[in-house]
Design a protein around this ligand. Structure first.
Ligand code: ADP
Ligand code: MG
Length: 685
């Protein structure tokens, strides 16, 4: 049997089962053996019943010691069977499975696993897993793999197939990592690793196998990113010869900070290099990324090309359009907005002028890069916040033919060691400083009993001429079934309108509103006509109203730290003292830790490190909506050391053989091609 053989080569796999396995993306023997367990049960030790402890997970080997008994308690039916192993007796119980007794034969020995509890003086295992000893070679007496399943395929079946496949392979599993890397990093060979990740001979073998496979996974991912980076590097971009930005600098109402200047310098080098820029600009909230974007758009236009700025929401795009128009209008640079809510006629008109080169800078949502939108001469694409392109989209963009320079701006501070994973194919520039005169945003976490005091405080700020945000997690109560304590925006806003803030102009903003409505409300808030904006997290990204000095966040426990930090970044955007008030009645350790961290620091990087630690990478990345590569075994946070190691190894390989042409790198190149293929292909392999 070979890795490339169809899965139906296995005994017990016919068309029907093959179809189920296909749902798990398993088509060949090779796919099967690369379907790694998600967890394990240590059943390597078989306990004697007299050794069992209350609360312990354990496996015993025992025989049936009497007929099944059934008991009916109200609507619950309980089946109880007593098993013995010579050292003692244990009761097994099942709920609402009255047929269970029929599964067991007298005199047959069974492995029985589960959590042991002492009930009324008797040892009991509720809903145990069980299997006859003769059948159980793969599920007891060893470390047993647990797989993610699909309906119709059980653990038992999958374990059986896995073992059949691994035993049936005629040749060992090839290694695509070069021997010198295995040696340098003390890694086992692939054959051993794959076999032992499924059926570890002992815990040492498991760790050895896992270490190797985690390394391999991280190595391949970074290899793929590095390859893509090399490819982007080679992409010819338009050369911008005119890099003098004096005109736009004079039009901006402030001096650039040294960090902004540094980043402008870094990008300018890219723009004039002859290769397409592919750069991430990382800067904490309020650090002034928009100004950098403006300067770059100016340079693009000055060099005879068009620039596109994409924002994740219409609200944000609209806001950018307003501030761009203000600066660029007097310079005679033509800025337009292209968003979904425009009238069809206007859209057509904008598209036509874009194609004819009658628009210099186009600002919109990411619909901008769709195929219906054509440019006369696109030289620069900037994406603001969140909507990071995956490697795949960036590849496509480059293949549009004109190889525009690509900049991505993000305010989500990512722990540095992870930035290289997420953005390994890009160059990175960082804005660390905030513009001068910014004060720390004072942050307080309080219980909801403080509401009246908070409102009085907000009142005071508004009397001073300032504005305030109130953030609620959910839009309508219906969404919050079972969470009656969660304040919905609309209800909360109505209460305020009819109560404390009756005389103050207050508006509601949430994601389900029509874009025109949202734009109207944002414009009114930006103009200072609306004093209080009660909103969901739609205002989370990018909104810039420097006159707002208070943000009140309801049910703060429902947000991750990075998100709270983003929200808080809506205030403190000028030299006026600003405040963030986190309201929570949650009383648990993690929430407390988060709230304390918010109060302690305004540094987004510190908070993101902590966020990652508190929530783990799954949730952390989940809320970032980035194209984070799916990891099978590696844990981007816990395996940070392996990540660094793998990166070092990748660099070494590429240094010695940038095109991966050497024979010992052939397997590696194939693997990388496979990964990039999943990204949509077409990046030069
Ligand atoms: P972000 O990096 O979060 O996108 P913005 O670009 O929206 O930040 O800038 C935040 C605020 O700081 C804006 O009001 C902007 O006008 C202001 N700003 C940007 N750069 C400077 C600077 N060099 N000096 C003073 N204010 C600045
Ligand atoms: Mg911004």
């Amino acid at each position: 049997m070979q890795l490339t053989d169809n899965i139906q080569t296995l005994k017990n796999v016919g068309g029907q089962r093959a179809a189920l396995l296909a749902k798990m993306d398993i088509h060949t023997i090779g796919d099967l053996v690369e379907y790694f367990p998600r967890d394990y049960l240590d059943r390597s030790r078989i306990y004697k019943i007299d050794q069992l402890q209350d609360g312990q997970m354990a496996t015993i080997a025992a025989v049936l010691a009497g007929p099944p008994q059934t008991l009916n308690k109200g609507r619950i039916n309980i089946t109880k069977m007593t098993f013995g192993d010579g050292a003692g007796y244990v009761d097994l119980t099942w709920f609402n499975q009255p047929y269970m007794g029929r599964n067991f034969q007298k005199g047959t020995e069974y492995f029985i696993s589960g959590r042991v509890v002492r009930k009324m003086g008797r040892l009991t295992i509720e809903n145990p897993e069980w299997e006859s000893v003769s059948d159980a070679a793969l599920s007891a007496g060893r470390i047993v793999p647990i797989y993610s399943l699909t309906a119709g395929v059980s653990q038992k079946v999958l374990r059986g197939l896995m073992s059949q496949a691994l035993d049936g392979l005629t040749e060992g599993i090839d290694d695509f990592l070069p021997p010198n890397i295995l040696e340098a990093h003390g890694l086992c060979c692939r054959d051993f690793a794959v076999k032992n990740i499924h059926f570890p001979e002992n815990s040492q073998a498991y760790y050895t196998a896992r270490r190797r496979l985690v390394f391999e996974e991280l190595f391949l991912m970074q290899g793929a990113l590095m390859w893509a980076k090399g490819y982007f590097r080679q992409a010819r971009g338009c050369v911008f010869e005119h890099l003098d930005a004096a005109e736009i600098l004079a039009a901006l109402p402030y001096q650039l900070t040294p960090d902004q200047q540094k980043v402008v310098g870094e990008i300018s080098v890219d723009l004039s290099s002859g290769y397409a820029a592919n750069r991430l600009i990382q800067g904490d909230v309020g650090s002034g990324k928009t100004a950098v974007a403006m300067i770059m758009c100016f340079l693009a236009v000055k060099n005879g090309t068009q620039a596109a700025l994409m924002a994740p929401t219409e609200t944000l795009a609209t806001q950018h359009h307003i501030s761009f128009a203000e600066i660029f209008g007097p310079l005679g640079v033509r800025c337009e907005l292209l968003v979904g809510s425009l009238k069809a006629k206007d859209k057509t008109d904008v598209r036509r002028r874009l194609k004819n080169g009658e628009i210099d800078i186009i600002i919109g949502t990411h619909a901008l890069i769709q195929s219906s939108v054509e440019f006369a001469n696109l030289g620069l694409v900037i994406t603001d916040e969140q909507h990071r392109f995956g490697v795949r989209q960036r590849g496509r963009l480059n293949e549009k033919g004109n190889h525009p320079h690509v900049l991505v701006m993000t305010a989500t501070p990512i722990p540095r060691s992870l930035a290289m994973v997420l953005y390994g194919d890009m160059d990175i520039s960082t804005i660390n400083q905030l513009p001068p005169g910014r004060q720390k945003i004072d942050t307080y976490a309080v219980a909801s009993s403080y509401h009246q005091r908070i409102f009085r405080f907000m009142f005071g700020e508004i009397e001073k001429g300032r504005q305030a945000y109130i953030i609620c997690p959910l839009v309508e109560e219906s969404e919050a079934e079972g969470f009656e304590d969660i304040n919905s925006v609309t209800k909360f806003a109505e209460q305020l309108r009819n109560g404390v803030f009756a005389d103050i102009s207050l508006e509601i903003l949430h994601g389900r509103m029509k874009p025109e409505e949202k734009n109207r409300i944002m414009a009114s808030f930006a103009a200072g006509d609306t004093k209080i904006l009660v909103s969901t997290t739609v205002i989370e990204v990018g909104i810039n109203v420097p006159n707002a000095t208070v943000i009140l966040i309801e049910n703060a426990e429902r947000f991750g730290l990075s998100q709270l930090h983003q929200l808080r970044g809506r205030v403190g955007r000028s030299d006026k003292k600003s405040y963030c008030i986190l309201v929570t009645d949650a009383d648990n350790a993690v929430t407390k830790k988060r709230m304390e961290a918010m109060a302690d620091t305004n540094d987004g990087f510190v908070l993101s490190e902590l966020d990652l630690e508190l929530r783990g990478p799954g949730e952390f990345f989940g809320t970032m909506q980035h194209g984070v590569p799916q990891m099978r075994l590696a844990n981007l946070y816990k395996d940070m050391v392996a990540l660094e190691e793998a990166k070092g190894a990748v660099l070494k390989v590429f240094e010695g053989d940038p095109q991966l042409l050497k024979t010992e790198h052939r397997g590696l190149k194939d693997r990388i091609a496979q990964i990039l293929g999943r990204f949509g292909g077409g990046i030069g392999l």
